[in-house]
Design a protein around this ligand. Structure first.
Ligand SMILES: Cc1cc2nc3c(=O)[nH]c(=O)nc-3n(C[C@H](O)[C@H](O)[C@H](O)COP(=O)(O)OP(=O)(O)OC[C@H]3O[C@@H](n4cnc5c(N)ncnc54)[C@H](O)[C@@H]3O)c2cc1C
Length: 374
């Protein structure tokens, strides 16, 4: 069996790793000109099931490394005012396993065949049941299965289920990160909490690696090269509806809304890494229309993009990757056929994917009361 995976995000890479581990040929096609071509550096909280899913997709020899480049999350989820006084609670505290998306991506990339500068533009299902993917700047590639793991703007989805389109919630946020130094020790109760004032909300989360990723790889898995990054604080400011940066940089835009805020909060933004600060919008994709199982399917944000405030998009993409991997291994071993495997994956994925999107939207108003939810 040959599988073409479109998109080198967490979901597509986890699937490709899982297939490679089972001896199934998988090639990844990524639109970006290079793997580190743009900001990818935020932290993610995985729940135990999401973490187990990515672990199961990786070779066992890398499990000790995976365990060393994460941290345990536990946050009280308070609501604080701009001077860091407690004024409420967001809900029950949250626990989980925190990973850095960029670091995890590097681990997942190791050993894979990944073609960059390979933007899919369309595909054709051929008479023999295989599928030929077409790209903007490279020759077509033919496989038994094409998996669209190409994110919220999925080009694969645009052909497979054109009526399934993203919804813009109108919510815009600026995200960035700042090296975590002793200067910010006073901010610990703000990690995982919402700081609110002046019409905006600021969300902070710490990333403290058990061991710095580069050193961990050198010690535990010399065949893996991980980025040389240290501990940091990820910050995100949710702007008023349809907010823009105007002429300002991401940092300037955030600071302009923090007059009189706690000096450590301002210092955190002032010391941010400019290459890792950007404006993002929250768009969701709700899986609706089903299609007959065939040699093309979708995975991750391409079919169920959640609001980041739900903290479940990566968890769900990794669950997809692990589930599809398991079904395809069954097909490879002759326990089912390819379309049966894809159909069973889609049946389960549609149900929990829709639930993940609904769950994330239910949590959005606590952060952005004016969000457009449908
Ligand atoms: C700030 C923030 C915080 C988050 N926090 C959490 C969290 O705590 N927990 C959690 O579970 N989730 C979280 N998420 C959500 C999570 O990051 C996503 O759901 C997850 O990364 C989706 O993975 P994916 O592989 O489906 O898609 P993506 O990571 O979007 O990858 C898609 C890839 O496809 C490529 N691509 C696009 N079009 C094409 C094309 N035409 N041809 C080829 N390649 C293409 C893109 O360049 C990209 O590399 C967060 C998201 C954000 C933005």
């Amino acid at each position: 069996m040959r599988v073409s995976v479109i998109g080198a995000g967490l979901g597509g890479l986890a699937l490709a790793q899982g297939l490679r581990g089972a001896g199934i040929e998988a090639e990844v096609f990524e639109r970006d000109p290079g793997i580190v071509a743009r900001f990818q550096g935020y932290r993610l909280v995985l729940d135990p099931a999401g973490f187990q899913a990515v672990r199961d997709c990786l070779p066992a020899r890398w499990h000790p490394l995976l365990d060393e480049i994460v941290m345990d999350a536990s946050a009280e989820q308070l609501i604080l005012d701009p001077r860091l006084n407690e004024i409420g609670r967001l809900g029950a505290g949250r626990t989980g396993i925190v990973v850095d998306r960029q670091v995890l991506r590097h681990l997942l990339l190791t050993g894979l065949t990944v073609h960059t500068d390979a933007a899919l533009t369309g595909y054709d299902v051929l008479a023999d049941g295989t599928v030929r993917a077409r790209f903007a700047r490279r020759d077509p590639a033919t496989a038994d299965l094409l998996v669209g793991a190409d994110g919220v703007n999925s080009a694969v989805r645009g052909v497979l289920t054109p009526r399934t389109v993203p919804t813009d919630t109108g919510v815009r946020f600026v995200i960035g990160r700042t090296p975590l130094t002793d200067e910010f020790s006073g901010l610990s109760k703000a990690y995982g909490s919402k700081i609110t004032g002046d019409g905006v909300s600021l969300l902070l989360g710490a990333m403290r690696f058990r061991t710095p990723p580069k050193q961990a790889a050198e010690r535990l898995a010399p065949d893996v090269t991980l980025p040389d990054i240290g501990d940091y604080v990820r910050w995100a400011m949710i702007l008023p509806p349809n907010g823009t940066l105007g002429e300002a940089s991401a940092q300037e835009a955030v600071l302009s809304r923090m007059e009189g805020w706690h000096p450590q909060l301002r210092a955190l933004i002032e010391q941010a890494d400019p290459d890792n600060s950007t404006l993002l919008s929250i768009r969701v994709v709700e899986p609706g229309e089903r299609w007959a199982p065939g040699p093309v399917t979708l995975l991750g944000d391409a079919i169920h993009a959640t609001s980041p405030t739900g903290g479940n998009g990566a968890n769900t993409a990794l669950r997809d990757a692990d589930l599809l991997r398991r079904r395809l291994i069954e097909a490879e071993e002759g326990r089912t056929d390819l379309l049966g495997a894809v159909g069973e994956y889609e049946r389960q994925m549609f149900a929990y994917g829709a639930e993940a999107v609904r769950g994330s939207l239910a949590k959005l108003p606590a952060f952005a009361p004016e969000a457009k939810l449908s």
